[in-house]
Design a protein around this ligand. Structure first.
Ligand code: PLP
Length: 446
């Protein structure tokens, strides 16, 4: 099909996420991908500096993951995962349990991050219902949280502009603030830091007043992504907050949908704090960013709260595509790559390279426009100064101009970020920084 026919069909039939279609302009049609590169239909190469919405970790069209999916498709593409089962689904469950040193040995599949969180909420809620603690029905979230776009996950997320339209549909959640600690102090602060103490006091006051009504605290560990634009809080808070919850018999749910699969330099962000939650949600990078696959992992204790002769204690949840074998095969191949390609080492090198490039960036005129740079593992976030004047289409402008320069960037408000595949080459990363630099100067200097 030629380009103009494709464009015409696009405008007649396609409705895209988070997009005001009337103002969206022309899409860029991507035909191929290789490593961190995307190639358009007319042959333009674009560095995928955002990992295709934070999902791609080993690069596009990786031969090992391609082969795993092709082999699995030859044997079995999908089968009902209730009553029946299959080897890739079982093997992946065992391998995921091992990634948590078997702290979270039970694995419940679904197909995207939002549903992985919905399942986590239902597990925590129903556990106490099954036990007869019928008043433990409420959740605590962090201010600035993002956990997905379904009604349930919006209810436990920040009531942002994206979600306030639906406020009437949402259930109430308790919110506590994560500590406000400047990122330069991220690594060194311990629990006695005043901002951490303030945040812990707020949590403890809520727990001591309401823990008989609360079933779980839900957090994005260390990095608050889509809603707070890569705000980061120190591991000391996560560790102490989880400890408090334990003391008050409240479960902890770690939303590692974005931070899992090595994104922060450890396989899970919780590992920076040396803690495990009771429930953990995974998606985005789980299948290498290839296929819609999610998993909700939980402790043996939670599993045992459902394991019963009483059928009313069943976890009543399921999706048609649960445990899809193609997704599981991709996820197994992705786990193999972490060993074969030394992936976590690669993420640490990427972090070092970010530090060098960020220092160069901030030695120039952009420093005057920058509030803070935050770097953790494969995440780079540059927050622009709060008093800058923005046109309403600032983000769109950054995206269009950076694509024209051969780099895919998509800011979140005043935060320009990179979350590339970990295999991005030094030259590709340098190109991404140079395009980010020139696009921002163009837009900010006039
Ligand atoms: C992306 C994301 C989700 C939602 O995942 P979807 O697959 O987009 O539904 C949930 N939590 C976090 C932290 C995320 O980054």
């Amino acid at each position: 099909m030629d380009d103009s026919a494709l464009r015409s069909l696009f405008h007649q039939h396609v409705w895209q996420p988070f997009t005001q279609m009337k103002l969206a302009g022309e899409p860029h049609f991507i035909e191929r991908g290789k490593g961190a590169l995307l190639v358009t239909r007319d042959g333009q190469e674009i560095v995928d500096a955002i990992g295709s919405w934070w999902v791609n970790i080993h690069g596009h069209s990786h031969p090992k993951i391609n082969a795993a999916i092709a082999n699995q498709a030859e044997a079995l593409e999908h089968v009902i995962f209730a009553g029946l089962s299959h080897a890739p689904g079982v093997e992946l469950a065992a391998r995921l349990s091992a990634t948590t040193n078997h702290h979270l040995p039970r694995v419940y599949y679904s197909d995207n991050g939002s549903t992985a969180i919905e399942i986590a909420l239902k597990m925590a809620y129903q556990f106490f219902q099954n036990k007869g603690a019928v008043h433990k029905r409420e959740f605590i979230s962090l201010t600035g949280a993002y956990h997905g776009d379904t009604i349930g996950t919006m209810s436990v997320g920040a009531r942002s502009v994206f979600h306030e339209m639906y406020a009437d549909l949402l259930f109430d959640t308790h919110y506590v603030s994560p500590p406000a600690v400047a990122f330069e102090n991220w690594h060194i602060v311990d629990e006695s830091h005043p901002a951490i103490q303030t945040a812990l006091t707020e949590l403890e006051e809520l727990l001591s007043a309401k823990s008989t009504q609360i079933c779980a605290l839900l957090v994005e560990p260390l990095v608050q992504g889509a809603s707070a634009a890569f705000a980061m809080y120190p591991p000391a808070y996560l560790r102490a907050a989880f400890q408090l919850c334990k003391e008050y018999d409240v479960f902890t749910i770690a939303d590692e949908v974005f931070t899992g699969s090595g994104r922060t330099g450890r396989y899970y962000a919780c590992e920076h704090a040396g803690v495990w939650p009771d429930i953990m949600a995974l998606s985005k990078g789980l299948s290498g960013g290839y296929l819609p696959l999610a998993a909700t992992l939980c402790s043996e204790k939670i599993y045992q709260g459902f394991y019963s002769d009483n059928r009313a204690h069943t976890l009543f949840h399921g999706h048609s595509m649960t445990g899809n074998p193609l997704g599981c095969a991709a996820a197994l191949a992705s786990l193999d790559l972490f060993t074969a390609e030394n992936t976590l080492q690669r993420v640490q090198e990427l972090e070092q390279h970010y530090r060098k490039l960020a220092a160069e960036l901030l030695a120039g005129p952009l420093a005057a426009f920058t509030k803070e740079v935050r770097i953790l593992g494969s995440i780079f976030a540059l927050e622009l100064a709060a008093d800058l004047q923005y046109t309403s289409d600032f983000g769109w402008q950054v995206m269009q101009r950076s694509i024209a320069g051969g780099v895919l960037l998509r800011p979140l408000g005043k935060v320009i970020y990179m979350t590339p595949p970990y295999c991005i080459s030094s030259a590709q990363l340098e190109k991404a920084f140079s395009v980010l630099h020139s696009v921002l100067l163009e837009l900010l200097a006039d």
